[in-house]
Design a protein. Structure first.
Length: 129
């Protein structure tokens, strides 16, 4: 009996965390980031391929550099039907993108993980991890 109660409490905690993340995820759009270096955060230092550039609305004078965000495609912004793969991706902010046309400018690899690259721009939910 005690094990059953503990299991239910653990499951309730996990569900609460998952619902909290979904409920508090910000909404925005994502585009495809193509110039990996140099970056506004790290100069000419390579930071891998699961990276993103932040728009002016997130940039905050560069204080966002190095922070990680979990990003999920939620739908199309153009005629490409069903662009989302159903997956999420975690990206590191390495650059500033004042005119990229989206909230986050994802690397080609990160974008392709969550959406069909042909879409070019997608609706997203994202939150800092």
């Amino acid at each position: 009996m005690k094990m059953s109660v503990n299991f239910h409490l653990v499951m309730a905690g996990i569900i609460t965390i998952l619902v909290w993340h979904v409920a508090f995820a910000a909404q925005g759009t994502a585009t495809v980031y193509t110039n990996y270096v140099p970056s506004a955060c790290y100069g000419n230092k390579q930071e891998g391929v699961m990276i993103a550039a932040a728009s002016d609305s997130l940039w905050a004078g560069g204080s966002i550099c190095g922070k990680y965000f979990k990003v999920t495609c939620t739908g199309p912004t153009n005629p490409v039907p069903h662009p989302c793969t159903g997956k999420s991706v975690v990206v590191k902010i390495v650059d500033h993108c004042p005119s990229c046309g989206g909230t986050l400018d994802l690397s080609r690899e990160a974008f392709a993980t969550i959406a069909n690259p042909v879409a070019g721009i997608i609706k997203i939910n994202y939150f800092q991890v």
